[in-house]
Write a protein that binds this ligand. Structure first.
Ligand code: ADP
Ligand code: F6P
Length: 471
C-alpha cells in the first residue's frame, strides 16, 4: 500500500462510471459540489483520495487521476441502502437543510452509518503516512475523525462540512446526536461554510456534551478543537479560461441560436434535489407567463436538472412532480418548435456548462437552503464579459459573499417574480457593475484561497499549504 502525506476522505471518489456510446465503460468527473471544489485543488499533488466509486460489491482498482491516488472503499448493497440512501440522505440531509422534507429515523440506518464510517476510517489509516494530514469531508462521514484518531493518534485530522449545520432546535431531534458531535470533535479543526454553523456547533457541544466552547474553540479533555467558517469556492482560473475559449464562445452563440435567439435566456443548473427550490422557481415562471409579464419567444428558460440519489423516494417524487410541471407549462404556454422551458437531465462536460453560463442572461439559483452553491460561483466566473445577472437565494451560502446579486427569498413567490422581472429589466450598466464586483470578490476568494486558509489553520507546519496552492 502506497501512503501519502495528504489524504482526502470523502464519501465519493471524484469519478462516476458511465457507458460510452460504443459500449465501453469509462470514468467521468461526477457532478456535485464537493468534487468540483476538491478536484482542481488536488491535481498534480501527491495525495490520496479515499472514497466510494459508486457501485456495490468489491472495490474497483482505479488508476491515479491527474496524479491523485484513488483508494476505493467497497460498499455492499445494504451499506448503500442504509448508509448513503438512508442515514446520510434521508436523515441528515433533510435535517441539515431546515427539514424542508421530513427527516426519517431508523435504528438500522444508524448501525450502517457506524459500520461504513469505521470502514472509511480504516481505509484512511492505511493510506496515511506517519503524521500525515487527513482531511475528512461532509455529513456522510461525521464519525470518521473520532474513529480515525482512536486508530492513528499521530495524524492531523481536519473535518469540513459542505452542507449547512442546523440550529440546536433541529439538531436536537437526532436520536444519536451526542455520538455525531463526538465523532466530529475527533478532528483538530472542524470547518463550516458559514459562521452561523460554527456557532450552532459550539452551542450544541455545550448543550449536549457539556463542553466549554466558544465560536472558535471547544475544549475536549486535554485537547482543543478549533472551529470556524471557511466558505468553499471554485477554480476561477479554470472556469475563466474555459469560458474565454473561442470554441466555447461559439458554442454559446449556437445555444442562443438554437433557442430561437430570444431576448432573454434564463438558466438554472441543479442536481435534482428538493433543497434547490426547482418547483418554486417553475411556479414563479409559470405565473409570469400566465399574466403575460414574460412571453415565450422573447424569453426562454433552460432548466438543467441532473438526476440524483434516484433510489430515495423523496427524490423520485420530486422528479415526477418537476417533470409533470414542465410538461404542463410547455403544454400551456409553448408553441410548435418553441417550448417555454427546455428541460435537460444530462450531465455535461465543463466546456458545455461554461457555454451554457455564457449563453444565459439570467442565472436563477434559488435553493430553499444550500451550504454554498458552487453553480452560482461558476456562473460569475464564466462571465468574462462582465455581463449577465445572478438571481440568488438568500438561503444559499453564496449569498453572504454576493450582496450584489439579485437576492430573493424563494419561499416568497411574489418576491421571486418581482426580483426576476427586476433582473430582466436591469440596465447593462447596472448588470456590469454588479458582475464586476462579484468577479473581483471571487478572484480573491477562489478555491486556492479556501484551501490555503483551511490548511494553514490545520497544518501548522505550512508545508502542505505551499505544496497545494502553488500548483
Ligand atoms: P451540490 O453540492 O448540492 O451538488 P453545488 O451547486 O455546490 O451543489 O455543486 C454542483 C456542482 O455540480 C457544480 O460544480 C456543477 O457544475 C456540477 N453540475 C451540476 N449539474 C451538472 C450537470 N448537469 N453536468 C455536470 N455537472 C453538473
Ligand atoms: O455537498 C453536498 C453533496 O452531498 C456533496 O457531498 C456531493 O458532491 C453532492 O452533494 C452530490 O451528491 P451525491 O454524492 O449524493 O451524488
Amino acid at each position: 500500500m502506497r501512503q501519502s502525506s495528504l489524504v482526502v476522505v470523502a464519501n465519493r471518489l471524484p469519478v462516476d462510471d458511465s457507458v460510452a456510446p460504443d459500449g465501453a465503460c469509462e470514468w467521468r468527473r461526477s457532478p456535485g459540489g464537493l468534487v468540483s471544489a476538491l478536484h482542481p485543488l488536488l491535481q498534480h499533488t501527491p495525495a490520496t483520495w479515499v472514497g466510494w466509486a459508486g457501485g456495490t460489491g468489491p472495490a474497483p482498482m482505479l488508476a491515479d487521476i491527474d496524479g491523485v491516488r484513488m483508494h476505493s472503499v467497497p460498499l455492499a448493497r445494504d451499506d448503500v441502502r442504509d448508509h448513503y440512501e438512508g442515514f446520510a440522505n434521508s436523515t441528515l440531509w433533510p435535517l441539515y437543510h431546515d427539514a424542508v422534507e421530513q427527516p426519517v429515523y431508523h435504528r438500522r440506518w444508524w448501525e450502517a452509518y457506524q459500520r461504513v464510517n469505521q470502514r472509511f476510517a480504516e481505509a484512511a489509516a492505511e493510506a496515511a503516512e506517519p503524521e500525515a494530514v487527513v482531511w475528512v469531508q461532509d455529513y456522510h462521514l461525521q464519525l470518521v475523525p473520532g474513529l480515525l484518531r482512536a486508530i492513528r493518534p499521530d495524524l492531523r485530522i481536519g473535518f469540513f462540512l459542505h452542507v449547512p449545520f442546523p440550529p440546536p432546535e433541529l439538531f436536537m431531534q437526532l436520536p444519536r446526536r451526542a455520538e455525531l458531535l463526538r465523532g466530529m470533535l475527533g478532528a483538530d479543526l472542524v470547518g463550516f461554510q458559514r459562521a452561523q454553523a460554527a456557532h450552532n456547533f459550539a452551542q450544541l457541544a455545550t448543550k449536549v456534551l457539556q463542553l466549554p466552547a466558544t465560536d472558535r474553540r471547544i475544549a475536549v479533555g486535554e485537547r482543543v478543537v478549533r472551529i470556524g467558517a471557511f466558505p468553499v469556492s471554485i477554480d476561477m482560473t479554470e472556469m475563466e479560461a474555459l469560458s474565454g475559449r473561442p470554441d466555447v464562445a461559439q458554442r454559446a452563440t449556437r445555444i442562443r441560436r438554437d433557442l430561437g435567439d430570444p431576448q432573454h435566456v434564463i438558466l438554472s443548473v441543479d442536481r435534482m434535489d428538493y433543497t434547490k427550490g426547482i418547483e418554486q422557481r417553475l411556479k414563479a415562471y409559470s405565473e409570469l407567463l400566465a399574466t403575460g409579464h414574460v412571453k415565450v419567444r422573447d424569453t426562454v428558460m433552460v432548466q438543467v436538472a441532473v438526476p440524483s440519489r434516484e433510489r430515495v423516494e423523496q427524490y423520485q417524487i420530486l422528479r415526477e412532480r418537476v417533470e409533470r410541471e414542465v410538461g404542463r407549462i410547455n403544454g400551456e404556454f409553448g408553441r410548435v418548435g418553441e417550448p417555454a422551458i427546455h428541460y435537460l437531465t444530462q450531465p455535461f462536460d465543463r466546456a458545455e456548462l461554461a457555454a451554457l453560463y455564457r449563453a444565459a442572461d439570467i442565472m436563477a439559483v434559488t435553493p430553499l437552503r444550500d451550504g454554498m452553491n458552487l453553480v452560482a460561483k461558476e456562473y460569475v466566473a464564466a462571465r468574462v464579459d462582465d455581463g449577465g445577472a445572478l438571481l440568488l437565494s438568500e438561503f444559499a451560502g453564496a449569498a453572504a459573499e454576493f450582496p450584489q446579486a439579485f437576492l430573493v427569498n424563494p419561499h416568497d413567490l411574489e418576491g421571486l417574480k418581482l426580483t426576476l422581472m427586476h433582473a430582466l429589466q436591469a440596465t447593462p450598466a447596472d448588470l456590469n457593475a454588479r458582475m464586476r464586483s462579484m468577479r473581483e470578490h471571487l478572484r480573491v476568494h477562489d478555491i486556492r484561497a479556501w484551501a490555503r486558509s483551511y490548511l494553514t489553520s490545520l497544518d501548522q507546519t505550512g508545508n502542505l499549504v505551499t505544496q497545494l496552492t502553488t500548483t
